[in-house]
Write a protein that binds this ligand. Structure first.
Ligand SMILES: [Zn+2]
Ligand SMILES: [Zn+2]
Ligand SMILES: [Zn+2]
Length: 286
């Protein structure tokens, strides 16, 4: 049976697709052929279906003119995508990525000095506290466990221990776990029974105009919280409280650049269609 060619339409990520294939791949393959080709930018030899990517030279993902598409390797494609994207104005915690606070690393990435230093300090403190070390290796462990027994398993004692040992509250339970003490879930989250909005308020900290989430992150990097055994995105809850129920096929997007910001004023409810149209406007390679 002969397969009929599919309809030409725009994919969610903003490329022309025909049926289930990217149009730019079909066109480039027809123009340059099936054999291996060198990367347009670094001459590495690439094979279709293995490591040959297609790059839009002018950054316009919808411009599939044969002069605008070239074979490209993954590293070159990533590098080009980075360079074509507008630079981030602030880090995911809302610190400005300019002037004193801008810390470029060896690979040319723009890092936040405030966050980099804070992370390094936290790791150093945790190393000194023996987090992650084997229980036998720690000389002070017995002393610490005695102190824990004295205070009892409760949120207050976790807070006191975190202060005494100079580590994060989350690291206290991690440390105790290493020592073979498993805390019950209820001790780890005392806000569990409070209303959701109250819990969210306790888990945020203002930073400039933004409200930065301190709680758990979804694997996608978005703030989320588990309430009554259901996991929900924090931005959705905040937006619903501020702007009413989110209609079908609508999503919450951030107007500021801070990925962890959940300030109602910085959230916006737009249709999925609109969000995709905006994504298409953002220049990217590929
Ligand atoms: Zn290359
Ligand atoms: Zn930062
Ligand atoms: Zn914000």
């Amino acid at each position: 049976m002969k397969r009929t060619p599919g309809k030409r339409k725009i994919s969610p990520r903003g490329y022309w697709v025909i049926g289930r294939q990217f149009e730019h791949r079909i066109i480039l393959r027809a123009v340059i052929g099936d054999e291996p080709h060198p990367c347009h930018w670094c001459n590495r030899i690439l094979t279709w279906g293995v490591d040959l990517h297609v790059d839009h030279v002018n950054g316009d993902k919808l411009d599939n003119d044969p002069h605008n598409i070239v074979p490209c390797c993954q590293p070159c494609n990533n590098r080009r995508a980075r360079n074509l994207r507008p630079l981030k104005a602030c880090c995911l915690r809302g610190h400005k990525l300019s002037g004193e606070n801008l810390l470029p690393d060896k690979s040319g990435k723009r890092q936040c000095r405030t966050c980099t230093l804070a992370n390094a300090q936290r790791r150093r403190r945790e190393r000194m506290a023996g987090v992650g070390a084997s229980p036998q290796a720690s000389v002070v462990q017995a002393e610490r466990l005695a102190r824990f027994d004295e205070l009892g398993a409760g949120w207050d004692s976790i807070t006191i221990l975190a202060e005494e040992w100079g580590i994060a509250q989350g690291s206290v339970s991690q440390y105790l776990k290493v020592c073979g003490v498993q805390l019950p879930n209820r001790v780890l989250d005392p806000t569990r029974d409070l209303p959701l909005t109250e819990r969210i308020a306790r888990l945020t900290r203002p930073s400039g105009e933004c409200l930065i989430w301190l709680g758990k992150l979804h694997t996608s990097g978005s703030p989320y919280i588990t309430h009554n055994s259901t996991s929900v995105y924090v931005a959705r809850i905040v937006a619903e409280n501020a702007y009413g129920k989110i209609p079908r096929r609508h999503e919450v997007v951030r107007k500021c650049n801070a990925k962890l910001c959940v300030a109602a004023a910085h959230l916006e409810v737009i249709s999925t269609k609109e969000r995709r149209a905006r994504a298409r406007m953002t220049p990217r390679a590929f």
